[in-house]
Design a protein around this ligand. Structure first.
Ligand SMILES: [Zn+2]
Length: 173
C-alpha cells in the first residue's frame, strides 16, 4: 500500500489489508506526531511499515522522487504542504497511459480544470503549508494536459481507470 498521505479519510481500513505500508520519513513522522495522525496511529499498529527515501531526481516539476520499481512505472514525487510528506504518485500503464494520483492537492477535478482551491477554512485546518500546496496544484494543472490527474475525492476521476486484477501488489488512496 502506497499512501499519498496519512489523513484519516485516506488510511481508514488500512488494517483490513495484509500488506506492507510504504511511506516516506516526513509523512511517517507527521503520522506519529500530528493530531491529524490519530487514525493512522491506530490502524497502522502492528502493520509492516516500509520507509522509502526520495533518492531520485526532480520529476515533472516536483523537487524529488522515488522510483518504486526502478522502471518508471510507479514514481512517487514529493508534494508536501498538505501534510509534511504528502506525495503525488505517478503511474504509467504498459499501454503508455499515464496517471497522477495527487491525493488532496485539490479535492475535485474543478481544482484542476478551473484552478479552484479548496474552501479557505479547510485549507486553514488541514494544510501544514498552504502556499506549497498551491505550487503543487499549479504543477498538477500544467501536467493535466499530458496525463490524467486524479484527485482522491473525485469519484468521476476514477471512471476511466482500468480495474486491476486482485494479484496486483499496490493500491493507491
Ligand atoms: Zn488530506
Amino acid at each position: 500500500m502506497l499512501v499519498t498521505h496519512v489523513h484519516w479519510d485516506h488510511v481508514s481500513g488500512l488494517d483490513s489489508l495484509r500488506v506492507p505500508v510504504w511511506i516516506n520519513e516526513a509523512e511517517n513522522r507527521y503520522g506519529a506526531d500530528d493530531s491529524h495522525g490519530r487514525v493512522f496511529r491506530a490502524v497502522s499498529q502492528g502493520m509492516e511499515i516500509r520507509e522509502y527515501a526520495f533518492d531520485g531526481p526532480e520529476y515533472l516539476g516536483f523537487p524529488a522522487s522515488f522510483d518504486f520499481y526502478g522502471d518508471g512505472s510507479v514514481v512517487v514525487a514529493l508534494a508536501a504542504g498538505h501534510t509534511s510528506g504528502s506525495v503525488v504518485v505517478f503511474v504509467t500503464l504498459p499501454t503508455g497511459k499515464r496517471y497522477a494520483f495527487i491525493g488532496d492537492l485539490t479535492w475535485q477535478m474543478d481544482g484542476i480544470s478551473r484552478g479552484a482551491q479548496r474552501p479557505w477554512l479547510m485549507r486553514r485546518v488541514a494544510d501544514v503549508d498552504a502556499r506549497t500546496v498551491r505550487v503543487g496544484l499549479q504543477r498538477s494543472i500544467a501536467l493535466s494536459r499530458v496525463l490524467q490527474v486524479v484527485p482522491a475525492h473525485d469519484v468521476a476521476a476514477y471512471d476511466s481507470i482500468p480495474l486491476l486484477p486482485s494479484r496486483f501488489p499496490s493500491v493507491t488512496l
